[in-house]
Design a binder for this molecule. Structure first.
Ligand code: AP5
Length: 234
């Protein structure tokens, strides 16, 4: 969890590689759907993409439909990271019900924290590869050649919802609908706050240390602790 642009996607990618678990980003799912041909998009998806362009949250029913279609990531992969989901209390309740039904539990809810001015700087400087979707930043994570992806040579573009007017709407939606989830997960004893300052490598190391600490505190089984310790260094 964390405000738009705090670095959730960057961290989720690094963490899923380290922990060898499935990474499900609802934002990526919607963006991929937006690239399909018009006639291949359902009316619900077209409506969802309009919400997204404006920076508003997509209705819970559409989001849950998308997550359920991809529930194999949660149920069959031996571990998962959810990135950008849940984002409302309704979504959190749906997830809880699914997990209880499947006799699964969340290990932790990582909440990345950063001052607002730094968040806005990360959002407005973000550039994404149109081919492989790698994420860069104009000053913090610069591509070797301007506007060209280091990995596949694709063109880098600015996301439509990273325009200043959409950023304001997204930050507002976060405060209204998503910030209350912090208390929800704190009450369940799952919240792990992490300061999102520093380089992506420093933040992922901080996160791994916290998760490791938690596993030891909870006395989780040796296998899990081994998994955390054996994750390769960045
Ligand atoms: P989504 O894609 O989830 O957007 P978001 O939450 O607004 O988050 P972002 O992807 O903008 O940022 P991030 O925190 O992942 O940061 P990143 O790592 O990219 O959702 C988009 C839209 O889809 C929503 O607005 C909504 O409409 C819809 N949606 C999705 N899920 C939904 C749901 N569950 N319910 C309802 N609607 C939903 O980093 C940002 C930039 O900072 C990058 O340039 C990066 O290179 C840079 N950076 C990262 N880490 C660092 C660092 N440590 N130092 C310096 N720069 C850094």
């Amino acid at each position: 969890m964390g405000a738009p642009g705090v670095g959730k996607g960057t961290q989720a990618e690094l963490l899923s590689g380290r922990l060898d678990v499935c990474h499900l980003s609802t934002g990526d799912v919607f963006r991929a759907a937006g690239e399909r041909r018009d006639r291949d998009q359902s009316p619900a998806m077209k409506e969802a993409l309009e919400y997204m362009r404006r920076g508003e949250l997509v209705p819970d029913s559409t989001v849950w439909e998308m997550v359920r279609e991809r529930s194999s990531c949660i149920l069959d992969c031996g571990g998962f990271i959810l990135d950008g989901f849940p984002r409302t209390l309704g979504q959190a309740e749906s997830l809880k019900e699914l997990m209880e039904k499947e006799k699964l539990s969340l290990s932790a809810v990582v909440n990345y924290e950063l001052p607002l001015d730094e968040i806005v700087g990360r959002l407005s400087g973000r550039r994404t590869c149109e081919k492989c979707k790698s994420v860069f930043h104009v000053t913090e994570r610069r591509p070797k050649a301007e506007a060209v992806c280091d990995h596949c040579g694709g063109r880098l573009y600015q996301r439509e919802d990273d325009r200043p007017e959409a950023i304001t709407v997204r930050l507002d939606a976060y405060e209204r609908s998503t910030a209350p989830l912090i208390q929800f997960y704190r009450d369940l004893g799952l919240l792990v706050p992490i300061v999102a300052k520093g380089s992506p490598g420093e933040i992922v190391a901080r996160t791994m240390d916290k998760l490791d600490e938690l596993a030891v505190l909870r006395g989780d089984d040796d296998d899990r602790r081994t998994t955390l310790h054996l994750a390769p260094e960045l």
